[in-house]
Design a protein around this ligand. Structure first.
Ligand code: ADP
Ligand code: MG
Length: 409
């Protein structure tokens, strides 16, 4: 059998050297970039499918980052190349970038410039190249890493000054969300971009998704130091195909909205854990009431678990969050029904091999799972997961370690 594959992160120097070399190759003879910027992918510790229910999420930034070398232009042409899309240069005029008009991976990049312009900032065209060690399409948010690296690059070359403080970073995050939703056409909440721009090393970011909160009230840094507790956060990219994700996501959202309406609340956040049993009864005996009850139970208990996770971490009880992670997985698997065979396999194998807790992370149906593992047990857990995939006849997963890392810079 093959040995487990580790998905290593790059040092900042390595990442910068890669994009500087690529820039010289792609824009041969055109001089050097104005600079190099980078932004991390993210992984959510707990709080899944809660963002659109005005709930809580708790992401950390990965050490894995997307690097951008960028040079501003005086006209409004955007020329792009990516090591992850070799051989194809992407080109457009900023004036032509608009919802429904822009396709390809360049939409994630040009969309950021479009959104910053729309917010009133003077942004011109640019030449840029991209390289990344964030796993692609693995639910670790390579898309936000790309947008956020571009956002801090444009912030710097145009002297916008937004990246200098957290409130400004919240504005950049909003521009990146608009790029992803409106230009790239991917319907996502704001967790990924907030994590990439507003997390800090050694911290998780407690995101409160209630509408109308100020930027500062919507995100709080929570010290999170697994290493200090002798633990490691292990991420497993299952490489499972996300089949049917779009329709399933919309269906879950619609169920939550319907349940909230039936219960007479603006969002499921308003149902406290104490009021849950009563709320479930009030959903009545309609044809789909049993399904709605399960969806509501997930959302309400998940928000409570996220609060409890943050409280334990703040109290220095990092070694006591494992059961909350596993309970989150069970709830996502059985009540919210968004897990996948590969995700369940990671969780079961990791727990059996000594993980303190494990869960799927991200929207589900594929993507990645996480496990909190005593440092001395990491190799045992990795081998167990790797062997479980081989025994099930599944493609080998990828492994990475996720010490809470630094934001876009
Ligand atoms: P995830 O964010 O979970 O990795 P998404 O489907 O949201 O997955 O985003 C992946 C898409 O983002 C890719 O298909 C591509 O269009 C774009 N993308 C992300 N990183 C890069 C990159 N380094 N180079 C080119 N495109 C990228
Ligand atoms: Mg994404």
């Amino acid at each position: 059998m093959t040995s487990p594959e580790w998905l290593e992160s790059w040092s900042a120097d390595d990442g910068a050297a890669r994009v500087r070399t690529l820039f010289a190759e792609v824009f041969d003879g055109d001089g050097t970039p104005d600079g190099v910027w980078s932004a991390p992918g993210r992984v959510n510790l707990i709080g899944e499918h809660t963002d659109y229910n005005a709930g809580l999420a708790l992401p950390v930034a990965l050490p894995h980052r997307t690097y951008v070398a960028l040079r501003s232009r005086t006209d409004d042409l955007v020329r792009l190349s990516s090591a992850q899309a070799p051989g194809q240069t992407w080109e457009a005029r900023l004036a032509d970038v608009a919802p429904g008009q822009t396709s390809g991976w360049g939409a994630y990049v040009a969309g950021v410039a479009w959104a910053l312009r729309d917010a009133g900032h003077e942004v011109t065209g640019f030449d840029a190249v991209v390289d990344s060690c964030v796993p692609f399409g693995a639910g670790l948010s390579s898309s936000a890493a790309l947008e956020c690296a571009v956002a801090v690059a444009l912030d710097a070359v145009h002297g916008l000054g937004r990246a200098a403080d957290d409130a400004g970073r919240a504005e950049l995050a909003a521009a990146c969300v608009r790029a992803e939703n409106e230009i790239a056409g991917a319907p996502t909440g704001g967790m990924d971009q907030a994590a990439s721009l507003r997390c800090s090393a050694g911290h998780a970011l407690l995101l409160d998704c209630r509408p109308g909160l100020s930027a500062l009230d919507s995100a709080t840094a929570v010290p999170f130091d697994p290493t200090g507790a002798g633990l490691a956060l292990l991420v497993v990219d299952t490489r499972a195909e996300h089949a049917l994700v779009d329709g399933q996501y919309a269906e879950r959202r619609a169920s939550c909205e319907r349940a909230a309406e039936m219960l007479g609340v603006a969002s499921l956040r308003e149902i406290s854990p104490d009021a849950l049993e009563d709320a479930l009864r009030r959903l009545g005996g309609a044809e789909d009431a049993e399904v709605l009850r399960r969806r509501v139970r997930h959302v309400v208990t998940e928000i409570a678990r996220t609060e409890e996770f943050a409280a334990r971490v703040r109290a220095g009880r990092v070694d006591e969050v494992g059961p909350l992670m596993t309970a989150s997985h069970v709830s996502l698997r059985d009540d919210y029904e968004v897990s996948a065979r590969e995700l369940d396999l990671v969780v079961d194998a990791a727990l059996a091999a000594g993980a303190l807790g494990a869960r799927m992370t991200g929207g589900g149906f594929g993507g990645s799972a996480i496990a909190l593992v005593p440092v001395g047990e990491v190799d045992t857990v990795v081998t167990a997961v790797h062997e479980a995939f081989a025994a099930a006849g599944l493609p080998a997963p990828g492994f990475l370690l996720a010490p809470p890392s630094a934001p876009a810079a």
